[in-house]
Design a protein around this ligand. Structure first.
Ligand SMILES: [Zn+2]
Length: 351
């Protein structure tokens, strides 16, 4: 039974993570994240096993609300997999709630309305610009008024018909730096969580030369299924390694046409890959599917709209967002969690 690993809110998730990590003999670190409305937010890191050549890094909650699933997997790992990984001599690094504000507030974005997975720009990249497609759709994506009754589905289908789903996914969700209150905003500088990860990642990982990093996400793909999204070229050794380990049908390049994902700027994994280019570093965004693209996009848009323009504290939009990124359905929870434990196990055996 894995469903009980899902917590009901951020604080419960964090306290269970800390307790399980302590029980498993982990070194535990907490890093404060400041926000105007909540003064008890932390990124927590549990590390088990020193001096090993290989390390497994599991990051959760880069997209706030998606942390419900990520935290559940990290808890299940602490309860079920520590011994096996120790026998394999693999160091475990679990980073809990990279975006604690979004996790606590049921948001995908952080305390600065930033999508952290668009915030990890490389040194030569600039925090400015937006795809032309996003500019065209800005009024539709980010209405500057409180939520009201409207035919969202019809409007979305109209835009899909006009621009095509592929172009729409890429230009809408790929990241933008010009609309601070908009969805998929990548920020104007590196955010607290990004700086924190960039500052401490070397000390968390230590000397391990061979690294497998899985960044946990939900909300993309078919209900209850999963994909490993890679930023590597399709003919690279890393891509081959994932395909050989998990099967060709499970792995997908981030920018595949007709696929689950879309290419993004300021991507966490791309920054990490660049940072660890001297090591044997492998990264995948593990995406566990929930509902269809239109429902998920509608929930992101409605929650963002309510967050900025509905001062009555309308929580209905946040609850729908939560359902879209962590369905209450216990069959979904059971099945994604056991699949994810399998992904970890298989990856570690192949590492
Ligand atoms: Zn995500």
């Amino acid at each position: 039974m894995n469903a009980p690993c899902f917590s009901s809110d951020y604080r419960q998730a964090r306290s269970r993570f800390r307790q399980a990590a302590t029980r498993a003999g982990a070194q535990l670190y907490s890093y404060a994240v400041q926000s105007k409305s909540d003064h008890d937010l932390t990124v927590d890191v549990a590390i088990i096993g020193e001096g090993y050549e290989r390390a497994l890094v599991i990051t959760s909650g880069v997209h706030g609300v998606e942390g419900f699933f990520g935290s559940a997997l990290q808890l299940a790992m602490l309860q079920q997999q520590v011994e096996t990984l120790q026998q394999l001599q693999i160091k475990i690094v679990l980073v809990h709630a990279v975006n604690p504000y979004g996790f606590a507030q049921l948001r995908r974005f952080n305390e600065d309305n930033v999508d952290l997975n668009r915030n990890f720009l490389l040194a030569e990249e600039r925090y400015s610009g937006a795809p032309a497609g996003y500019r065209r759709l800005n009024d539709f994506l980010n209405p500057q008024s409180p939520p009201s009754f409207e035919l969202f589905r019809l409007k979305a289908l109209w835009n899909i018909w006009r621009f095509g789903l592929e172009a729409l996914k890429e230009s809408v969700a790929g990241g933008q730096y010009d609309y601070p209150e908009g969805i998929f905003y990548g920020g104007s500088q590196a955010c607290q969580s990004s700086v924190l990860v960039q500052r401490h990642i070397d000390s968390w990982v230590g000397q391990s030369e061979s690294l497998l990093h899985l960044d946990l996400h939900t909300g993309l793909g078919a209900y209850g299924s999963y994909k490993l999204l890679l930023s590597d070229e399709i003919d690279s050794p890393n891509y081959r390694w994932f395909a050989d380990t998990y099967g060709d049908e499970i792995v997908e390049p981030l920018a595949a046409t007709g696929g689950t994902a879309y290419s993004v700027s300021g991507h966490f994994g791309s920054w990490m890959r660049d940072h660890f280019k001297q090591r044997d570093y492998r990264f995948a965004g593990a995406e566990f599917g929930t509902y269809g693209v239109i429902r998920v996009l509608a929930s992101i848009r409605a929650e963002n709209r309510a967050y900025h323009y509905d001062k009555s504290g309308n929580r209905a939009a946040a609850r729908e967002l939560l359902e879209c990124f962590c369905p209450a359905d216990s069959a979904w929870r059971e099945s994604v969690l056991s699949a994810a434990l399998g992904v970890v196990k298989r990856g570690c055996s192949a590492l």
